[in-house]
Design a protein around this ligand. Sequence first.
Ligand code: 5AD
Ligand code: FES
Length: 351
Amino acid sequence: MTEDVRGLIRRLDGGDRLTAEEFLRLLETPDEESDALLRERAVAKRKAIYGNAVFVRGLIEISSYCKNDCLYCGIRRSNGHADRYRLSEEQILACAEEGYSLGFRTFVLQGGEDGYFTDERLVPLLRELKRRHPDCAVTLSLGERGRESFQRLYDAGADRYLLRHETATKAHYETLHPPEMSFERRMECLRQLREIGYAVGAGFMVGSPGQTAEHLAKDLAFIQEFQPEMCGIGPFIPHKDTIFAHEPPGSAELTCRLLSVIRLIKPNILLPATTALGTVHPQGREMGILAGANVVMPNLSPTDVRKKYALYDNKICIGEESAQCKDCLNARMKSIGYEVVVSRGDPADAN
Ligand code: 5AD
Ligand code: FES
């Protein structure tokens, strides 16, 4: 590790902001020694706020229909081989019910941008979910919607919204998305969600096609500037029916290095060790927690639809029942000295 990199890590750890150029220097020459130092500082920061708690969010994948056509994604609308499904309101409530009895107190409703899930359908669903489980937090991850819609869903009880920015570099964004999608629109959605009062999650893929260290440095500068309550990052993984089928996947090691840096940028951030990280490496989620992540998201979707929610190939957890997924993650966390906690784990709990 160079003295320059050591100095940058020390400054980040001390609460300094770094410029995109400085983040770039931090990323350009990864080595085991600086990885270890980043990990150690990130874990110390997280421990001071959260102890050895890992928060758990029950993921319910409500629809694999999507009107978007993101080039990297297995459920993009132009993938004619994708097996489509959507859960009924009753099925979604039943998944939450099961999750509740397993101890979950946060539900994440995630899906493609499916025209079926209008505000008219989502508002009563959210109200009912909150009526049945007033002590639970509800997170939405349903892509871009209008400001009015974000507001209605918030008023109906949604607490948090995950919308990865995907990449903070406009030119790179445009190579990953079709022309009708816009970088500015994406960023505008994030600002609107924040203004409305949601706890907001941004995030990006690591190793997406065409991504450079400069792009990642800008992603970090964006996270530092926007200060999202949550940040979802995971390796890019190719999907066989996309034009990126033969691109290499992102690495678990680089993902973990970025998790550590993000923990130092915002010590109280909620940072998941993602399913994608667990897919590229058998111990990926454990590695993520040991690098500074503090959230895991076991799958609560009905087992018969899981393989259809295929954003990328070889996704893990598609055969397991919800209870098995929960037990599996509990055991994995315990094996590395962490404890899965069932509280809502609100971002505000942080200080
Ligand atoms: N590999 C990894 N992550 C992906 N996502 C979509 N497609 C892929 C892929 N092929 C991520 C995107 C999206 C989130 C729901 O899943 O970042 O925001
Ligand atoms: Fe789903 Fe291990 S977390 S099976």
